[in-house]
Ligand binder design. Structure first.
Ligand SMILES: [Zn+2]
Ligand SMILES: [Zn+2]
Length: 390
């Protein structure tokens, strides 16, 4: 048995990894449209001897490689989709598709997993089953690619004992690896709340039920959800993002509508936000003789890392880059559909530094940092080798 993969193991492959990453960057595809990216990925995997399954939950691709007699199995996941943003980087390899851009670094995530795939197929330094998941439509909250792949039998057709994924992290040094056990990224839900009052003349408000007054009372009462109903050592957000009502100065409106964003890191708190919102809205409306319609739009759940698999992944990270480049991640209020996998399988989601001066994710000036490619590929390769070590 040869040594486990290290960053140096990828020195010779680095130029090719950069070329692949930039090719993907120049040819971005929106969520649910990742046809060419998927075809490229599938072709690469096949050329290295993987058993490849296409069109899993849309444009999803799964590459499977079984080596030896080991009965453990692992899944590693990369996302492939881009965003409806017009790139402003001016880079030589900038997007060639008008209005579409890899502004979240999924080009880097895909290149990293391909790099690990090639290495692992050549070194074959493991015993067990490797499942490489190339997922479409991460940026599609209403139609998550992770959910589509699971609905298409991902874990039944390609069983795994644990699943791992990573996302680049602007603000952390290139090559730094961050994670934390338990909640890492937020659940994100939204709600639409309409208060139905009774229209009247502005001069005779006692003849109507003013939905703007009722809705205002609701907005103020909602401020007690986090401050009074959520454990003070936990984090949650209730934001009223829009508030609309009325048409003219001299009219008491018939209804008023607001939309809300709810963020949380614990399933129980996610539920609390919803139940308190409903109770407060209904009770406030009832007090004024009004009524409410409330519709929730479920987003991604929180990314909740398994303690054991996270300890394992962080140990691999320390072996690769040393303790000074491994850090406990802060809670991240963004959301990520890898969360869905973690509701079914133990695993860990990691963050990979994208440089301290990196533009923010989803910014038109953003670019994935190529200096992190070999670290990412080595992380996946070593993690798979160690997980499937007989
Ligand atoms: Zn994104
Ligand atoms: Zn992303």
């Amino acid at each position: 048995m040869t040594d486990f993969a290290s960053i140096e193991s990828f020195a010779a492959a680095e130029a090719r990894l950069v070329a692949v990453r930039r090719q993907l960057h120049a040819n971005p595809e929106l969520s649910h449209q990742e046809e060419k990216t998927a075809a490229f990925v599938a072709g690469q995997l096949e050329s290295w001897g993987y058993e490849v399954t296409r069109n899993v939950g849309g444009h999803g691709v799964v590459g499977r490689l079984k080596v030896g007699e080991g009965n453990r199995s692992i899944a590693l996941r990369a996302d492939m989709d881009a965003l409806p943003i017009t790139e402003s980087t001016g880079l030589a390899y900038a997007s060639t598709v008008a209005g579409v851009m890899h502004a979240c670094g999924h080009d880097g995530h895909t290149a990293i997993l391909l790099g690990a795939a090639e290495y692992l197929a050549q070194s074959r330094n493991f015993s067990g089953t490797l499942n490489l998941i190339f997922q479409p439509a991460e940026e599609s909250a209403g139609r998550s690619g992770a959910v589509a792949m699971m609905d298409d039998g991902l874990f039944e057709r390609f069983p795994c004992d644990a699943i791992f994924g990573l996302h680049n992290h602007p603000g952390a040094p290139a090559g730094m690896i961050l994670s934390r056990p338990g909640p890492l990224m937020a659940a994100s839900d939204s709600a639409t709340l309409t208060v139905h009052g009774k229209g009247a003349h502005a001069a005779r408000p006692h003849l109507g039920i003013d939905p703007i007054v009722v809705a205002s009372a609701i907005v103020m009462a909602l401020q007690t959800i986090v401050s009074r109903s959520v454990d003070s050592t936990e984090v949650a957000v209730v934001t009223v993002g829009t508030f609309h009502g009325g048409t003219a100065t001299n009219i008491i409106a018939d209804h008023a509508t607001m939309t809300l964003s709810l963020r949380s890191f614990q399933p129980a708190i996610r539920e609390t936000l919803k139940t308190r919102l409903k109770a407060i809205a209904e009770a406030q409306a009832a007090a004024w003789g009004a009524r409410v319609d409330l519709a929730f739009d479920e987003g991604y759940p929180a990314v909740v890392n398994d303690a054991e698999e996270t300890a394992f992944a962080m140990q691999i990270a320390r072996e690769l880059v040393g303790s000074s480049l491994v850090a406990e991640s802060p809670l991240i209020p963004g959301s990520e559909d890898f969360a869905h996998y973690l509701t079914r399988k133990p695993g860990c989601f990691l963050r990979l530094g994208n440089g301290e001066s990196s533009a923010a994710l989803h910014n038109p000036g953003y670019d994935f940092n190529d200096a992190s490619l070999t670290t990412g590929a080595a992380l996946w390769a070593r993690l798979a080798e160690r997980y499937l070590h007989s």
